[in-house]
Design a protein around this ligand. Structure first.
Ligand code: MRU
Length: 372
């Protein structure tokens, strides 16, 4: 099974050097899917920050990868501009510039910890390169390599999560998933969908029930599209149908991703995950959270400490630009909720399948990766 190989059909974000000291970050614009498949070509860190904030790229792992590329892009661009003005640039000036870029990117989305993990990792590389006395050009190369390494590790982690998680899927199972935690949310084969792909590509018959995931419809727009591309059979349902199908015993397991997991195993994921988890608990259906160790925030003791992103009212009051709610109505739009660890059957990471007590298992298995 380890030898089995397949590439996702979607490509979310990647880096290109133009050979002239400039770089481009290419990105699939997920906000337009599935109606339009459009790629963005970003040359400025401000554009990268906007793309993350506007959900053009979304999903915790790929947000982290994008932040890494954004910081490498910022340095490359900064050096090219200074060179054009015939100005010398010291590594300390690059470090100061990157501190600002880190702030810019860090303000885009507060919940997915992969964003902050990647920013910190890039800043740590910068500090180490400065301490080692590298030149500015060498520092830029180090940061480019580090950003690529984050992407490579993401691809590998997805693969490992797929291998581990596939053990939890039996031939003939129907899986429910919420939001999009597939290839579109990573640079690899996804997190929650990785076990599904691995199971399907190794001969198991798997069917996926896809929650549409109001209000931004990541399920209907992205997961349904992605599963179609990969040839995995699916049924799209609205969020409020999940309990109906669980009661009918049509669902054998729930697989979801995560944006941040606290040390005790509480899981922040797309709004609605908590409702699915409670329903799964009542119906005694296992709920598996699949996420890389970079999504685990051991600094937070419980999910109550996870910052929850509040998004704009228009996401709720309009559908594709058409107003569906009365004017001036009060709206709440938290983008994520927290599922208490008691409802989480297991957490699947690239290091294996972890079960309660999460305070012990997560720290024991994921600690080395968080120190990267
Ligand atoms: O607002 P989004 O689309 O970025 O939310 C994404 C999710 O909630 C995903 O389930 C989570 O990031 C895991 S992705 C592998």
């Amino acid at each position: 099974m380890n030898d089995y190989n397949f590439d996702p059909k979607v490509r979310t974000v990647w880096w290109e050097d133009d050979g002239d000291g400039r770089a481009v970050v290419h990105m699939l614009d997920q906000s337009l899917l599935p109606q339009q498949v459009v790629y963005l070509h970003l040359t400025h860190e401000q554009q990268v920050a906007e793309a993350i904030a506007q959900l053009r790229v979304r999903g915790a792992p790929v947000i982290g990868v994008t932040a890494g590329f954004g910081m490498a892009l910022a340095v490359t661009r900064f050096l090219a501009e200074r060179d054009a003005d015939r100005l010398e640039t010291t590594p300390a000036e690059i470090e100061a510039h990157l501190a600002q870029v880190g702030q810019l990117l860090g303000q885009t989305r507060p919940t997915a910890v992969n964003l902050f993990w990647a920013i910190e990792r890039m800043q740590r590389s910068t500090r180490q390169a400065c301490q080692a006395g590298l030149s500015s050009q060498q520092l830029a190369e180090v940061l480019k390599a580090e950003a690529h390494q984050i992407a490579v590790e993401d691809v590998q982690a997805c693969w490992q999560m797929g291998l581990h998680g596939a053990e939890l899927i039996a031939d003939g199972d129907t899986i429910l998933t919420h939001c999009n935690a597939g290839a579109l949310a990573t640079t690899g084969i996804g997190t929650a969908l990785a076990p599904v792909y691995m199971a399907a590509h190794t001969g198991k018959h798997v069917h996926v029930f896809v929650d549409e995931t109001r209000p931004v419809l990541q399920g209907a727009r992205l997961t349904a599209w992605e599963l179609q591309q990969e040839g995995v059979p699916l049924t799209l349902i609205t969020d409020n149908m999940a309990g109906y199908f669980m009661r009918q015993k049509r669902i054998q397991a729930i697989f979801v991703g995560a944006d941040r997991i606290a040390a005790n195993g509480d899981v922040a994921n797309k709004i609605g995950t908590y409702s699915v988890a409670v329903l799964a608990h009542v119906h005694q259906i296992p709920l598996y959270v699949v996420a890389p160790c970079s999504t685990i925030d051991l600094a937070l003791l419980s999910g109550e400490q996870i910052p929850i992103e509040q998004r704009k009212a228009e996401e709720v009051t309009t559908l594709y630009g058409t107003r569906i709610a009365p004017m001036d109505v009060a709206v709440a739009n938290p983008a994520f909720d927290v599922t208490p660890h008691a409802y989480v059957t297991a957490i699947v990471t690239e290091k294996g399948i972890m079960r309660a007590p999460y305070t012990e298992t997560l720290r024991a298995r994921c600690m080395p990766s968080r120190q990267n």
